[in-house]
Design a protein around this ligand. Structure first.
Ligand SMILES: N[C@@H](CCOP(=O)(O)O)C(=O)O
Length: 488
């Protein structure tokens, strides 16, 4: 299968590339993204076959449907990394929380957030390709808290790759920050910036698109790639778990083949939601993808009103920092799929130049065929955490809590909501939700919640508080490139 560009081709880059080319060099013409030329189909036979199979087999067959140019043995080795998850027999438990609400817990990997689901195998494949080709890569990552730790974990001490991870100083939870600044691999550099996630991601995108930066790296014998979901290598692994969720409901006889379900997705950069959209397009019986946001509600406005409007908006720091994003990358792939390259370029140019775009009526209707959306503010999030912990004995983190408003609206349907991070990454907010009062430190809050509710703190989270801080760099956003070059 080949991959093409969301904003069309500039005549300088190849018109289509293979999967390996798309993941090693994810920068497409005009600042666009790579997408599959044609999505493969999954039919009932495919689903039936995987009713009794392991997640790794489902993943392997799904990747095969895309006919990617990666050696099958390498894919199998990469998928074996799911054996490190809490339950090697099932990396994603799906918990029935109440009638029609199933929570798919995507956080049982090493860094306790859904990013491990894709970054564990993707990091292995990318670094193995680099080594096999005898090439050296700089991998950029911009993070609002979860992608960073998962990227550092997957690439740590891997040969032929160096990682520069950019995070907004003060814009993540303390556990997320510690997960990054205590990572001690020789090939890793963590850079805090005086700015927000959008600044970090804009820097990443302009470095990816910069011929000058590529040339400087070339002189050093280094090529450039990225670990964020701008890289299709991330997205392909984010399609699989939606199929797994559906199969889980069939296995438990909650639905039969052909019944439709909703997916409720806490959304920031839209990679998870895009994975669900692709699964739907490929034939998975999904009724709607419900997009849950926090107070940074650009996606709610887009899906409900058809306008993506950044004018007069500034990023708000919320209790769900991984979703503190205004410039959401993967909406572009949906625009391309629905309206084609020319219109996508028009819309994205308008967003970049004027700070907004507006869909016409037909376009909005097309978007609403697949998506609905709502957002929750921090008070609503805290109330949900408390309600579910105390009344339904289900402990959830603030990102997961944003899905519940949508569940309540669609409670007559079967819904799979995604839990994208473990509560342990946001313990002070969770404790504040449960008990009110002054915000406690992460360590204190973790201990109190663990004792009171009898829930375990994973060792890797507990030991963060005793690890040496390795990365102390914090720079103005204008100095990101300089800092990266100092590290190489
Ligand atoms: N929510 C992310 C932001 C980056 O998203 P990605 O899917 O493009 O990696 C984070 O937690 O870092």
């Amino acid at each position: 299968m080949y991959f093409i560009e969301t904003r069309g081709n500039d005549g300088k880059k190849p018109k289509k590339v293979t999967f390996s080319e798309a993941i090693l060099n994810p920068s497409a013409s005009y600042g666009g993204l790579y997408v599959p030329e044609k999505l493969p189909n999954i039919d009932e036979k495919f689903l039936q076959r995987h009713l009794t199979s392991h997640y790794k087999e489902l993943a392997f067959d799904l990747l095969r449907l895309f006919s990617i140019d990666i050696d099958e043995e390498l894919i199998k080795e990469a998928l074996n990394l799911y054996d490190k998850f809490d339950d090697p027999a099932n990396p994603i438990p799906v918990v029935k929380v109440e009638e029609n609400l199933f929570i798919a817990e995507l956080y049982h990997g090493p860094t306790r957030a859904f990013k491990d689901m894709a970054l564990q195998p993707f990091g292995y494949i990318l670094s193995s390709l680099a080594k096999a080709r005898g090439e050296n890569y700089l991998i950029l990552a911009a993070t609002s808290g979860d992608t960073g730790p998962a990227t550092l974990e997957t690439f740590k001490n891997r040969e032929n790759v160096k990682v520069a991870c950019i995070y907004p100083a003060g814009g993540t939870s303390d556990v997320q920050r510690l997960q990054m600044v205590t990572e001690d691999g020789e090939n890793l550099k963590v850079i805090g910036i005086e700015g927000d996630f959008d600044d970090a991601q804009s820097a990443l995108k302009s470095l990816l698109a910069s011929e000058k930066f590529h040339a400087i790296l070339q002189e050093k014998g280094i090529k450039l790639s990225a670990a964020n979901s701008v890289n299709f290598g991330r997205i392909i692994f984010q399609i699989i778990y939606h199929i797994h969720s559906y199969l889980e409901l069939v296995r438990r006889k909650e639905i039969t083949f052909g019944d439709t379900i909703n997916l409720i997705v806490p959304s920031g950069n839209f990679g998870n939601a895009l994975g669900g959209y692709y699964a739907k397009k490929m034939g998975l019986p999904i009724k709607k993808i419900l997009i849950a946001s926090n107070a940074n509600n650009v996606l709610t406005e887009l899906i409900n009103e058809g306008r993506y409007d950044l004018r007069n908006k500034h990023l708000i720091k919320t209790s769900s920092p991984a979703m503190d994003i205004l410039k959401s990358s993967n909406v572009e792939r949906v625009l391309f799929d629905k309206f084609g390259a020319q219109r996508t370029k028009e819309l994205m140019d308008s967003l970049n130049d004027k700070g907004y775009y507006k869909l016409n009526e037909d376009e909005l209707a097309a978007l609403q065929e697949d998506f609905a959306a709502d957002f929750s503010n921090d008070d609503e999030v805290k109330a949900i955490i408390k309600e579910y912990a105390l009344e339904k004995t289900y402990l959830m983190d603030p990102h997961t809590a944003t899905t519940i408003k949508l569940f309540k609206r669609y409670a007559a349907d079967k819904n799979v909501a995604y839990s994208t991070a473990e509560w342990t990454k946001f313990a002070p907010t969770v404790l504040e939700a449960l008990e009110g009062g002054e915000k406690k430190s992460d360590l204190e809050a973790l201990q109190i919640i663990s004792e009171k509710l009898g829930v375990a703190i994973p060792q890797r989270i507990a030991e963060l508080f005793h690890k040496r801080i390795v990365h102390t760099t914090v720079v103005p956003k204008e100095k990101i490139e300089e800092e990266i070059l100092k590290f190489l």
